[in-house]
Design a protein around this ligand. Structure first.
Ligand SMILES: Cc1cc2nc3c(=O)[nH]c(=O)nc-3n(C[C@H](O)[C@H](O)[C@H](O)COP(=O)(O)OP(=O)(O)OC[C@H]3O[C@@H](n4cnc5c(N)ncnc54)[C@H](O)[C@@H]3O)c2cc1C
Ligand SMILES: NC(=O)c1ccc[n+]([C@@H]2O[C@H](COP(=O)([O-])OP(=O)(O)OC[C@H]3O[C@@H](n4cnc5c(N)ncnc54)[C@H](OP(=O)(O)O)[C@@H]3O)[C@@H](O)[C@H]2O)c1
Length: 251
């Protein structure tokens, strides 16, 4: 277990039967907002690997403790049912260093930053938007959280605190696809881009001239949204070929 750092579950929030946030005390584990770490538990006896580990985005901003992770329990998954069974005081293992390029530092200059998430993909944005950098780099920031059911619109109090801290720069839009919610748009992100509803609700333009879009969560959403954005003249951002779209897929 040498490469792993042993942490301790400090707290647990069960949002729905399948959506859980764990806070974890793990001194010495560092990251940049938007990056992911790795959570692990000892592998069952007879497994080829010593540990079962998976990547998870940090939800807390850097420097804030304990660390926080937000995940959905995948029935039959090798790790998530076991993570879901953890209680405060239990050990859980992490890698000391984080990974990934899904950070504002990797995003080129733009007037507006759009942060589009499905499900647990909201996590890295909650970290990023609680740092100073986006508010010095972009005039407006829009956060969109798309979920199946209204009860999955989690972290509303954190989003409200971001809105209170940045009342003129920040806009947030909730999207619910299989339920009704009075404050949410109905449907899916790509269609809501195409028919103009997302821009209308945010009160912010989504164009190649002014915007950079960060996408996180379901890979099918990332793919379909990228297509809708390409129809607007936007393209994937690469370090060597600057563009308008930065992505993180969760599976
Ligand atoms: C860069 C990166 C960051 C990630 N960050 C997070 C995170 O912050 N929170 C999180 O819940 N997951 C995150 N994941 C996914 C996570 O690593 C695991 O795959 C997931 O928790 C399921 O683990 P498992 O071992 O139980 O099942 P696995 O065998 O790993 O996955 C089984 C199946 O579950 C589904 N699935 C996996 N993750 C999700 C998800 N997040 N939402 C809906 N369906 C999913 C997929 O269909 C997948 O094929 C991330 C993945 C990557 C690559
Ligand atoms: N959430 C649950 O109650 C539930 C129940 C059983 C199983 N699961 C399993 O849990 C995992 C998913 O959980 P989840 O609910 O967090 O995530 P999800 O399936 O990624 O859904 C989150 C949001 O993304 C939307 N979406 C899906 N595909 C899209 C696409 N191609 N383009 C744009 N938007 C898209 C969904 O819309 P749509 O609703 O239109 O798909 C939904 O609004 C899957 O493995 C699923 O099989 C979840």
């Amino acid at each position: 277990m040498s490469k792993w750092v042993q942490g301790t579950v400090a707290g647990k929030r069960q949002w729905t039967d399948r959506l859980i946030s764990l806070s974890v005390d793990a001194p010495g584990v560092t990251f940049v907002a938007g990056q992911f770490g790795r959570l692990a538990l000892p592998a069952p006896p007879g497994s080829p690997e010593e540990m079962v580990g998976r990547p998870y985005s940090f939800v807390n901003p850097p420097g804030a403790t304990p660390h926080e992770f937000y995940f959905i329990t995948v029935p039959g998954g090798p790790l998530t049912p076991r993570l879901a069974a953890l209680e405060p005081g239990d050990p859980v293992w992490l890698l000391p260093r984080a990974n990934g390029f899904f950070s504002v530092a990797e995003v080129p200059a733009a007037d507006v930053l759009w942060c589009l998430a499905t499900g647990t993909g909201i996590g890295p944005f909650l970290s990023i938007l609680r740092t100073a950098e986006p508010w010095t780099r972009f005039r407006r920031v829009v956060l969109v959280h798309a979920v199946r059911f209204a009860e999955e619109l989690t972290y509303r109090e954190v989003i409200a605190s971001i809105a209170a801290a940045h009342p003129t720069a920040f806009a947030t839009v909730a999207v619910v696809s299989r339920d009704h919610h009075p404050d949410a748009l109905a449907g899916r992100i790509p269609e809501l881009i195409r028919d103009g509803q997302l821009e209308a609700r945010a009160g912010v333009a989504l164009t190649a001239e002014c915007a950079h879009v960060m996408l996180c969560g379901n890979p099918a959403m990332v793919e379909d949204t990228q297509q809708a954005l390409e129809e607007r003249g936007m393209r994937r951002h690469r370090r060597k070929q600057p563009g308008h779209i930065t992505v993180e897929t969760y599976w």
